[in-house]
Design a protein around this ligand. Structure first.
Ligand code: GLC
Length: 789
């Protein structure tokens, strides 16, 4: 539609472009990020992901000049050239091309044959996606790798794959042919030899992504509605792209510490005696646990915000009893409200016009768990406020967090028609525009409700999301299966979710549908121990998936993995703090930390936990060893203490109870002693594991639940070490003191180092040597420790 470019004007951070046949603009978000927009649907962008006060927006200088055949826009970091037809090419400051529009039409590969005969047998015919009203084609050079797009199926690198963003509740086993799952995060990262950059297509309609599948000369994204509205985000490192993308769409806020503990769930734990039995069994078997989830059967006939009086006669007493055992209750809340006169939530919503309607204004009805149900119109502020206020009914019974499910939104009587109407904060629209942000807006309302009522950091889990939902909620990957293939796939899913801004995520440990074998459960827990959200959850009718329901070996291996997770909780908490500050997720693909090492570009059966721990789990039945690639640097096998030079592949032994873990030399790793739940007892003495080398580390400590830390109510420690000529200097600095109930001591345990002498700030200090390690207890106020061999 855009033909010859006929003019431009500068308007603040925007450069308006006039073309024959249309208009558009380029906005300078900051020196590394530009925003390309054309008003094909609304005059101004109406982003649900990017808030006007997003961190990314910076005042910055830029120059615009007319050149032969194009307009040149230059920031300190980028040169952007705008051509006729609204072609946009982006170069770095030195003039090296980064991302160029492909000139020419799509030219998909041919599919051959009449597929109807195959369809007769039940095959699904492959189809090439149609031409879309919006299509942006970018040139491929051939060496690109693609990451992100949320938790799509398939490998870590999405090159050669196509996907769609249309939140979909499909319980069939998720395999590579699934183009869409529950989440729409239209953002991906392109890694080229020279640099990495990100593209965020902020269009909530159904969107399409082809990453060099139909033709290797270009990749493209497109949509059949909405605006042309995308951001180019320069790195040059993958990390910088993630940092800048999350400055735009927001970062995962620091969660309450207990939410990082173990969660246990099934569809469904009911009645209340069964819930108590589960809690007691966890304690009896010495298994750490912080939360039990109640699935849909706690409700009265699946009516949200109610309790079944027979199964759960006294939820207040139940949550109090669990709380005494250190266990919190989390309840599921779906969006579908039962169509049922006399049910307060339905009556009030109907009276106030809070539900989505058909084109005649009649409340739209479809079917979910409660039978005929109506859909709250979360696109409208009064409805979000109402939904937020409803959370109080749950919180008043002692519930500590809310699990939002079925918010794609799911429906059992066919999909919601395109023309279902939403009020959309004063600009009415239909389902095509709201579908992908429905779960996002529901989570936001839930988050606001929890915050208003408790004043603490809200704990919300959601299945459906749009870009930016990470500001309100943690996520899980939906209905996986107890299949080895799904355990394997969970690694690229969770690491790509992390690269897409979702730092707090997990999957159903053990698998949701189907029956987990003992071995699969053990191997899954070994991965789950390093996923930010740990929840063992399974479907109705499957075998019991609690560890004691299996044999002794399974129970022991499960316990071992969970105890390890609880010991390193302060490290995970630090990683969540880092996520809040930078957007980098705890669970990382190696390519995030080592983008220059081509050996890691496709590596998706091992991952990093933070930048210091490398986890190489077993994801195949019967395996007792595996190949592990260690990137450059010195790594320490956590089990044997062996030091290994990286830059090569090794073979790791992994009996059933072992998940190979490697620690970077120079690591300072905070840990806690064993606890059965987060608040069991106060931690007086922080454990600090030192793996000799050069390194530094920042550790954060606060009350683990309030927002006091935002007003300075926290302690921050800076730990560093230098290892030279048989001498190890460890500096422990207490750099911010704002939380009075902090540790009194730090027990420093130096791995593989038997000291002959030790001093603290020049004075001799007592130390113990045990099993080749040296342990020294110092006051939390810190000092400089010098250990000599
Ligand atoms: C959906 C959820 C699943 C839940 C079930 C019943 O399938 O994904 O986690 O157990 O609904 O509420």
């Amino acid at each position: 539609m855009w033909k010859k470019r006929i003019g431009y004007e500068k308007e603040g951070r925007r450069i308006n472009l006039q073309f024959e046949g249309g208009e558009g603009w380029i906005e300078i978000v900051n020196p590394w990020v530009i925003h390309v927009f054309a008003p094909l649907h609304t005059q101004e962008p109406e982003s649900r992901a990017v808030e006007p006060n997003a961190l990314a927006f910076e005042e910055c200088e830029y120059r615009v000049s007319e050149r032969e055949g194009h307009l040149e826009i230059a920031t300190e970091q980028l040169t952007v050239r705008a051509y006729d037809h609204f072609y946009v090419d982006v170069y770095d400051a030195s003039g090296t091309p980064l991302c160029l529009d492909h000139r020419g039409e799509r030219n998909p590969f041919q599919r051959r044959g009449n597929t109807s005969i195959a369809e007769d047998e039940g095959h699904t015919a492959m189809k090439t996606s149609n031409k879309h009203t919006i299509e942006v084609l970018k040139s491929m050079e051939g060496e690109e790798k693609f990451y992100g797009l949320g938790d799509k199926t398939g490998p870590l690198n999405k090159k050669g794959y196509e996907y769609e963003m249309w939140n979909t509740d499909d319980p069939s086993p998720h395999v590579e042919s699934h183009k869409a799952l529950y989440k729409s995060i239209p953002f991906f990262i392109t890694l080229k030899e020279r640099a990495a950059y990100g593209l965020f297509f902020d269009n909530p309609f159904k969107t399409f992504f082809d990453l060099g599948k139909e033709n290797s000369d270009y990749y493209y994204f497109g949509a059949d509605g909405g605006n042309l509205d995308y951001y180019f985000i320069h790195g040059p490192s993958v990390k910088d792209v993630v940092i800048r993308y999350t400055a735009l769409t927001g970062r995962t806020p620091l969660p309450q510490l207990w939410t990082l503990g173990a969660h246990q769930s099934r569809w469904s734990y009911a009645p209340e005696s069964r819930v108590l039995e589960i809690a007691e069994k966890f304690r009896e078997h010495d298994l750490p646990l912080d939360a039990i989830h109640l699935d849909i059967d706690y409700m009265d006939g699946y009516r949200v915000f109610t309790w079944d009086n027979e199964r759960f006669p006294d939820p207040v007493a139940l949550s109090a009893r669990l709380q005494d055992m250190g266990i919190r209750l989390i309840t599921i809340i779906d969006p579908g409200v039962k169509k049922d006169q006399g049910y307060a939530v339905y009556d009030e919503g109907l009276e106030k016009g809070y539900f989505a309607t058909d084109t005649d204004g009649i409340t739209y009805v479809n079917k979910v768990w409660p039978g005929d149900s109506v859909y709250p119109d979360f696109s409208d502020e009064p409805v979000r406020k109402w939904w937020a206020s409803l959370q109080k009914t749950m919180l008043d019974t002692g519930v500590a967090g809310i699990w939002n499910d079925m918010n794609e939104p799911a429906s059992f009587n066919g999909p919601l028609p395109d023309d279902v109407q939403f009020k959309n904060d004063g600009r009415p629209t239909d389902h095509r525009e709201i579908h992908n942000v429905y779960g996002h807006l529901m989570s936001k309302a839930t988050f606001d409700g929890l915050l208003q009522t408790t004043g603490k950091r809200p704990f919300v889990i959601t299945r459906a999301v749009y870009a930016g939902t990470q500001k309100y909620s943690t996520v899980w990957t939906g209905d996986n299966q107890s299949f080895w293939e799904h355990l394997r796939m969970s690694i690229p899913q969770l690491t790509n979710l992390g690269l897409s801004g979702f730092a707090f995520s997990g999957c159903d440990v053990g698998g949701f549908s189907h029956d987990a074998t003992p071995e699969l459960l053990v191997r899954w827990v070994q991965v789950g121990a390093f996923s930010p959200l740990f929840r063992n959850h399974t479907a109705i009718g499957t075998r019991d998936q609690e560890p004691w329901a299996y044999d002794e070996d399974t129970l022991n291996a499960y316990r071992q993995a969970m105890k390890l997770r609880y010991r390193i909780l302060p490290y995970l908490y630090d990683l969540m703090r880092e996520a809040e500050q930078t957007g980098l997720a705890p669970m990382r693909p190696l390519v995030l930390e080592y983008p220059e090492d081509s050996a890691v570009h496709e590596l998706d059966d091992q991952f990093l936990f933070g930048s210091q721990l490398l986890v190489a789990p077993i994801v195949e039945q019967g395996k007792r060893n595996r190949a592990v690639y260690l990137p450059e640097g010195t790594w320490i096998d956590d089990r044997t203490g062996e030091k290994i030079e990286g830059g090569k592949t090794i073979v790791a032994e992994a009996p059933l109870d072992v998940c190979p873990i490697y620690v970077r030399a120079g690591t300072l790793l905070p840990a806690y002693p064993d606890r059965r739940y987060v608040g069991e007892r106060k931690i007086e003495e922080l454990l600090l594991y030192v793996y000799p080398g050069d390194g530094e580390y920042t550790h954060f400590e606060d009350d683990g639940e309030s927002y006091d830390y935002r007003d300075g109510g926290y302690n921050e420690y800076k730990f560093s070490q230098q290892h030279q000529n048989g001498q190890l200097k460890v500096k422990l600095e207490h750099v911010h003191a704002g939380y009075n109930e902090g540790y009194t001591h730090i027990r420093t345990v130096v791995h593989g180092f038997t000291a002959k002498s030790a001093t603290l700030d020049g004075q001799p200090i007592e130390f113990e040597s045990e099993e080749g390690n040296t342990a020294i207890v110092v006051p939390a106020s810190g000092g400089e420790l010098i250990l000599t061999l």
